[in-house]
Write a protein that binds this ligand. Sequence first.
Ligand code: F0G
Length: 363
Amino acid sequence: AHQWRGVINEYRERLPLLEGAPTITLHEGGTPLIEAGHLSDLVGAQVHLKYEGLNPTGSFKDRGMTTAISVAAAQGAKAVICASTGNTSASAAAYATKAGMTCGVLVPDGKISLGKLSQAIAHGATLLQVDGNFDDCLTLARKLSEAYPVELVNSVNPARIEGQKTAAFEIVDALGDAPDIHCLPVGNAGNITAYWRGYGEYTTDAVAAPGGPGPATHRPRMWGFQAAGAAPIVLGHPVDQPETIATAIRIGNPASWQQAEAARDESDGVIDKVTDEQILHAHRLLSSKEGVFVEPGSAASVAGLLLMAERGLVPAGARIVCTVTGHGLKDPQWALKTADGDEVVPTKVSVDAVSAATALGLE
Ligand code: F0G
């Protein structure tokens, strides 16, 4: 019997950092690339969704956590720590458990979704609710990892970026080449950094790429999108009080800021911002028109694509991939908040009563 073996086993020759390390895996990666028919029609291009919500803990973080925890295990680490807007903490907690390590997570008090909070606790992490924002949490986590024998597993850990680059490999493997444009949400900017590295290493002319040249003939333009209330890269300066309903990307001073700018500039790309309203519109469109349920932060990629289309900047027929980074069940309240109100129909236990509910179209 065959099953997807996880990103380390599937791409081992391209992950030299993992040499000699044990493989701590929950069989992450191997996520579907889904054709988005409605979106394609809307923007006049061929749009695909890389559905990262289908990873073991429900977000793309698992790709980088399998590698970070495996490298930490090779170094004899007994404990890991991270700052998080939620998904990193859920992932770190799960992989630390798998490796028999303890895990401490620093999260901004009241600003992470219930699903993510539950995951970290379920996996036995020590949850430290910090009276501050994500940026404060990351500063604290860095200091703690310097002062104590705990491994920092945020994306400033090089093994995280290594693991996350595998998503670009999977996209090229699925399409037969790189897309023309890649859209994704930007928060701490680790993921845009990782994709850009992955695409770079997977081209036919890659010089000294680990594992040799790859199948892609070109690299895509990288289009990254921040939430308008948390858009330091767009504004060109840190944001002290970042605000957005997309708590996953509520970050005012991204750790991989320079790498994100490099990905943008080297790819002739864009980093722009989308409002909460645009994010919620894209969130609803994905679930109601494409059948793909994501968390609000994930919808920033699609909101950004729609914005670029509105401005007439989407080349006709272009092949476009939008990464949708986390599962809708992480933060399900938004589906209800943006509903029209006629979706829920109270009814008696009676065939007549139910058939009278016109919303079902039974007449
Ligand atoms: N989408 C989701 C669902 C996220 O959880 C994050 C980041 C991003 C996008 C942005 O990715 O930081 O690599 O630019 N979440 C981190 C966390 C910060 O702590 O879970 P990025």
